[in-house]
Ligand binder design. Sequence first.
Ligand code: CAA
Length: 259
Amino acid sequence: MAAVDVAADSAPRHARRVAMVSGGVGGLGTEICRALARQGHRVVAVDLPVEGDRLARFRDQTAGLDVQLESVDVGDFAACGSLVQRIEGACGSVDILVNAAGITRDTRLANMDPAQWDDVLRVNLDGVFNLCRHAVAGMVARGFGRIVNISSVNGQTGQFGQTNYAAAKAGMHGFTMALAREVARKGVTVNSVSPGYCETAMVMAVPDAVRERIVESVPVGRLGRPHEIARAVTFLTAEDAGFITGANLPVNGGLFMSF
Ligand code: CAA
């Protein structure tokens, strides 16, 4: 007779968790906050200080949802530590961490100055280390955690003008697999999502002609929508996603297919 997996059957599908989303005011980050809040989670969006129109837009987009805003520079190790402590103090835990903070400084390597390299590595890769380093201990102690690192198709394929960004995004996935192994027996999963080109300010900043050429090469024939990335995050952070770890989930409209 087949064994019945009682644990899986009785696992709550919709436990209310505390989720922290870096880059929470960004194009993908806000949609991820909204999606996690709609799952019933208490969400903390973290980003650099925001004000004016950008803040008003964020408030509007998250109105009626349990999303609070905290400011931090993810490249600042000590500040990330204080932030995690503050959230754990106020909310009891950080159960879900989504690292979505990311910037570009696109230019050919021949023209790239060290600041353009450092800025991208600091935010996109150090930021992942800084938040994971502080958040993971609590997850391990409580026996539950979901970490999702938002990487990029360009970390898988490289992109002209993105040696810095591609290095950071590929590095994120190496980090993801290594940490996944370290915490696999503690109820903590660590995965990456690799979006393709989406309808965000970052992608709209690419020169029109270049972007149009890229979109033409996407099998689905269009840019991705932020909620389509958020869908991958809610999938990987679900209570019953505990057997998926160290994985990369591409969400790129078929731009790069691999297995
Ligand atoms: N492939 C091959 N050659 C290219 C090229 C490409 N994709 N793009 C430009 N070139 C060529 C140019 O035609 C030019 O050739 P000539 O010297 O023979 O005329 C040469 O390279 C130099 O071009 P530029 O002077 O324009 O190069 P630059 O150093 O100023 O950099 C660039 C140009 C800023 C990189 C520009 O090409 C660009 O913005 N490209 C898009 C980069 C991109 O896709 N970024 C993604 C941002 S969104 C994101 O990152 C989100 C995500 O995760 C998907």
